[in-house]
Structure formats: structure tokens, C-alpha cells
Design a protein around this ligand. Structure first.
Ligand SMILES: Nc1nc2c(ncn2[C@@H]2O[C@H](COP(=O)(O)OP(=O)(O)OP(=O)(O)O)[C@@H](O)[C@H]2O)c(=O)[nH]1
Length: 372
């Protein structure tokens, strides 16, 4: 049986073990007072014995309680008191001349208490201390053997030990039930905490995603672009692979806003994003770069391939009237193309090159593709 580790009671509260032991000790000693009193009453014993009997069996349990409540370590104080119980009851056994049933009651009580708190070690300690107490008292008062007790005393001793065992078991059962309830409560709380944690983690993921996404089109935004480009350009440089940027701009977008309203302008941006996504490969990455500007990253595509892709996008877009609010809205795209490492070796120079190409496309009349 594992030893019960001392635990500090919350400030101002008496330790549970002190309460339980006080109850058990008061009850056990009260019953012993009656049993031993009845046993020694017909004997011609000195008044001192009666005095010690009352002091030990009636006063000592209250004193032990008072001391344990004030102890810095109440559990350690309780164990000390249990040692004292075993030592003193051992002495009583010798002083009373070894009455069989009374000795049995005393031995059982001590063994039970110390075993409950300290396992096998407690059982051995109780037995040793009983023996020491007995030996000390016997060596002072002399060794007399009178195992018989009056039948009434015997009966009372049996009732007392039964009652004592009953109350100790009852308290242990109550305590284990309370422990079970507490454990269940803790498990429920732990489950709730785990759920909260999962919710927080999912919210964090959503937030991280929101930071990377443009709210209007749902595309990755410019903030995420620089992270991706840094990684992709490093990979291309390592593998000697090309990579192209397509700076895509909706022509005369201001006019769309002015003619149809800002709301329709938003719809055009959403629809443009959808159309561009529809016509790009899984490995390509589309970003909303600015107001009406999109940036398409074509992995492993050189300038020739990128120009062809840009041309196809431009033509298809031109031919797809954007059906918005029941009205077809015609729009065209101008696209500037720049390729790593032909037109730039870092993100900044590549974007600049694509931007300049786009500017040229605009200057040349719009609805065009220009390579840097
Ligand atoms: N509806 C809407 N309009 C936006 C948004 N962001 C930017 N714009 C508008 O896009 C327009 C861009 O106009 P300009 O930069 O003059 O470009 P443009 O009219 O497309 O002309 P070019 O690019 O030269 O062909 C501005 O009127 C902005 O207000 C947006 O999120 N929603």
C-alpha cells in the first residue's frame, strides 16, 4: 500500500487527516475508557492508574487534535500522534497484565491506523512501538499475565472493535468516493480546457490565413507574396530553374467604377480573380497585388512560356464578358512579364521589371502583353 504523502491544508482550514483522526481517536479511546474502566474496576488498583486512564483516554485525544491543528505540518504531527498511540497502548497492555481481548482491541486499532497512512511500513512501525511500550511498562511495573476478562468486558471489547472498524471503513469509503468525484470533475474540466484550446488553435489558424488573404477576392495578398517569393527565388537559384512574374492590370478600371458603381467594381475584381484562377496551373500562384492589379507567379516558366500564358489569359479575358448584376461588363487586361534570372535576380528587381513592362503595355494602347 502506498504511503500517503503529507499535503498542506489550505490556509485557515484544518487538514482532512487531522479531522478524521480526531474522530477515530476520540471514539476509539472513549470506548477503550469504558472497557478498561470496567475491567479494572473490580481490581484494587491505585487512584494514580485511574487518573492516568482518564487523562490518556479522555483528555489526550483532544490535546492531540489541538496540537495537530496548530502544527506547521499537520500530517507529520498526526503520524507522530499515531506513534504515541502505539507506544502508550503497548504500555497499557503490560500495565493491565495482558488482558487478551482488550490487548487485541488495542493492537488492531494501532495496526489499522498506521497501515492506513503508511502502508506495510506503518504496520511494522505499529507492531514495533506496541512491543517497545509493552517492554518499557513491563520492566517498570513487572510482568504479570492475566489474560481473562469478565464476559461483559469481553463482549464490550468485541462490540467496540467492531464499531471502530465500521467507522474507519465508512470514512475511508466516503473519502474514496469524494476522490472519485473530484477526479471526474477534473477530467470534465480537462476536457473543456482541451476543447477551448482546440478552438483557440483553430481561431489562430483562421487568423493566420486571414492575414495572408485578401478579403475581397480571397487570393493571397501582397504581404504573403514577399514570403513566397523569397522561398521560390532561393529554390530557383539553387535548381537553376526559371520563374516568371505576370503583372496583370484591368484596363480602365476607374471607368467601370464610375459607370457601374464601386459595388460592381468589386464584383469585377472578384470575377477577374476567379477567371484567372480558373486558367492557371496548380503550381502557379496568384496574388492580389494592389487595387486592380494581380500578380501571377509561374514556377519553372521562362519568358517564352510566360508570354504565351499571358497572351492566352489576355485573349480569354477579353472574350469573357463579366456577367454582373444581369449586365455584361466588358473589360480587358494589360500584362507585364518579367523572368528570373533574365530580368532580375531578386523579388524587388523582378517586380520592377514586370511593372515597367506593364507600363509599356498601357502606353502602347492597353489590352496587350509586354515582356521586360
Ligand atoms: N471597386 C473597387 N475599386 C478599386 C479597388 N481598389 C482600387 N480601386 C479603384 O481602381 C481604380 C484604379 O484606377 P487607375 O489607377 O486610374 O487605373 P485604371 O482606371 O484601371 O486605368 P489604367 O490602369 O491606366 O488602365 C481607382 O479608381 C480605384 O479607386 C477596390 O477594391 N474596389
Amino acid at each position: 500500500m502506498p504511503e500517503i504523502t503529507p499535503t498542506a491544508a489550505p490556509r485557515g482550514k484544518t487538514h482532512w487527516a487531522v479531522h478524521v483522526n480526531h474522530r477515530h481517536r476520540s471514539l476509539g479511546y472513549a470506548m477503550l475508557l469504558v472497557v478498561v474502566g470496567l475491567h479494572v474496576a473490580p481490581q484494587d488498583r491505585s487512584p494514580l492508574l485511574w487518573l492516568v486512564l482518564v487523562a490518556h483516554f479522555a483528555v489526550y485525544p483532544q490535546l492531540a487534535f489541538w496540537l495537530a491543528r496548530r502544527a506547521a505540518d499537520p500530517m507529520a504531527a498526526e503520524i507522530r500522534h499515531m506513534y504515541l498511540d502505539a507506544l502508550s497502548l503497548g504500555a497499557w497492555i503490560a500495565v493491565l497484565h495482558f488482558p487478551l481481548w482488550i490487548s487485541f482491541v488495542m493492537v488492531i486499532g494501532c495496526l489499522l491506523n498506521l497501515t492506513l497512512y503508511r502502508g506495510t511500513r506503518g504496520w511494522l512501525e505499529a507492531l514495533s512501538l506496541l512491543a517497545v511500550g509493552c517492554a518499557l511498562a513491563g520492566s517498570i511495573t513487572g510482568w504479570t499475565l492475566q489474560p481473562q476478562t469478565d464476559p461483559w468486558v469481553t463482549a464490550l471489547a468485541i462490540v467496540s472493535v467492531s464499531l471502530y472498524l465500521f467507522f474507519v471503513s465508512l470514512d475511508s469509503q466516503k473519502r474514496s468516493m469524494r476522490l472519485r468525484d473530484t477526479r471526474q470533475e477534473l477530467q470534465t474540466k480537462e476536457l473543456a480546457l482541451q476543447q477551448q484550446l482546440a478552438e483557440i488553435q483553430s481561431l489562430q489558424t483562421q487568423l493566420r490565413e486571414q492575414v495572408r488573404r485578401d478579403a475581397l477576392t480571397g487570393l493571397f495578398n501582397r504581404h504573403h507574396l514577399s514570403d513566397v517569393m523569397e522561398r521560390e527565388l532561393a529554390r530557383c537559384a539553387r535548381d537553376g530553374q526559371p520563374l516568371s512574374l505576370l503583372m496583370i492590370d484591368i484596363d480602365y478600371f476607374k471607368r467601370i467604377n464610375d459607370s457601374y458603381g464601386h459595388q460592381v467594381g468589386d464584383d469585377v475584381l472578384r470575377e477577374t480573380a476567379r477567371l484567372l484562377l480558373e486558367r492557371t496551373r496548380d503550381s502557379d500562384m496568384l496574388f492580389r497585388y494592389g487595387g486592380e492589379e494581380f500578380l501571377l507567379v509561374l514556377v519553372a516558366a521562362d519568358a517564352v512560356v510566360a508570354k504565351a500564358v499571358a497572351e492566352e489569359l489576355r485573349q480569354r479575358y477579353e472574350l469573357s464578358p463579366l456577367a454582373l448584376a444581369g449586365r455584361p461588363v466588358m473589360a480587358t487586361l494589360s500584362i507585364g512579364v518579367a523572368t528570373f534570372a533574365d530580368h532580375g535576380v531578386d523579388f524587388y528587381s523582378l517586380v520592377q521589371a514586370a511593372d515597367q513592362a506593364l507600363y509599356r503595355a498601357k502606353r502602347a494602347g492597353r489590352n496587350r502583353v509586354e515582356v521586360a
